[in-house]
Design a protein around this ligand. Structure first.
Ligand code: SAM
Length: 288
């Protein structure tokens, strides 16, 4: 039977607590209880966590724990645990350790024999999977893509044959270039751009990857926070499932764009000269 443990007496130890990704109502009763009972809260940015604590009328010492101060902050947190303290670890939003700091702290606390537990809750990647309408039986969480084009293309190529939905975080500013690279490498798979989850302007845009790339190539830079989910590749029978030629890209692009835009778009993704692509695009549109 399910146990409602929100009023449990806390044992000394480390509690990894998930917090809302945009909607304050998503802090669970147990998360709130644990934040009220610990001796201190280790957090990425004390200003961000102070807002969450104030909104829930909780006052506790906040200590910074982020990617730059780990080697200095960890021994202090471990000393607190060794002295029988109760410590919560939170990140700015969502589940700590998921593209956020914390795994070394968890490992070192466990290695030192301390009690470590977690309070599950919001996670942008998992919420995106709930809403993308794409297969979830196997998925690969990839964190953030590299910022530079060549590295990003290699990043996608490395997973082009992985039979799983690919889930990753991306900034609004880089979305357009990232989707263009993803479409260039992975082709016309189904995908979803999930934006501002749990917030007022929550939006899920699902289409084939090429259509999404073309939409964001022409749209204004979107606002807010984004998770991208790309469906798995179709089962292939030939040896090279991922090699996409100019023709395949062009045919897909012409479904969503003018001849001129499609030629420019495909030229961006391939080494083929734009003029040759334009000529072929004209021929293809005449044929059809
Ligand atoms: N640990 C967090 C989690 O569990 O979701 C993720 C932290 S990661 C540093 C932050 C990224 O998560 C953002 O840049 C964005 O890509 C994604 N994200 C966070 N909140 C989101 C939201 N409300 N809607 C869409 N994406 C979100």
């Amino acid at each position: 039977m399910a146990e409602f443990g929100s009023q449990q007496i806390l044992k000394p130890g480390l509690y990894v607590v998930a917090t809302p990704i945009g909607n304050l109502g998503d802090l669970s009763p147990r998360a709130k209880h644990i934040l009220s009972e610990v001796d201190m809260v280790a957090c990425e940015d004390t200003r961000v966590t102070a807002k969450l604590m104030t909104a829930n009328l909780i006052k506790k010492p906040l200590v910074p724990y982020h990617e730059h101060n780990g080697p200095v902050a960890r021994p202090k947190i471990l000393a607190k645990l060794a002295a029988g303290g109760k410590v919560a670890l939170v990140s700015d939003a969502g589940t700590p350790l998921i593209s956020d700091p914390g795994f070394k702290l968890v490992a070192e606390a466990q290695d030192a024999g301390h009690y470590v537990s977690a309070v599950p809750g919001p996670c942008a990647a998992i919420m995106a999977l709930s809403l993308a309408g794409l297969p979830t039986d196997r998925f690969l969480f990839m964190g953030f893509p590299p910022g530079k084009r060549g590295a990003r293309e290699s990043w996608f190529k490395a997973e082009a044959r992985t039979h799983a939905s690919l889930v990753f975080y991306e900034s609004a500013k880089r979305l357009k270039d990232c989707l263009a690279d993803a479409a260039g490498v992975l082709g016309t798979r189904e995908a979803a751009v999930c934006r501002e989850l749990t917030k007022r302007f929550e939006e899920v845009r699902r289409d084939d990857l090429m259509a999404l790339a073309s939409y964001y190539a022409q749209a204004e830079t979107p606002k807010g926070e984004i998770v991208v989910v790309i469906g798995p590749p179709e089962e292939q029978t030939d040896g090279d499932a991922t090699a996409l030629d100019m023709e395949t890209l062009l045919i897909a692009a012409l479904k969503h764009m003018s001849v001129k835009s499609a030629a420019a778009f495909v030229a961006e993704l391939t080494d083929v000269p734009k003029k040759a692509i334009y000529t072929r695009a004209l021929a293809l549109t005449k044929d059809s």
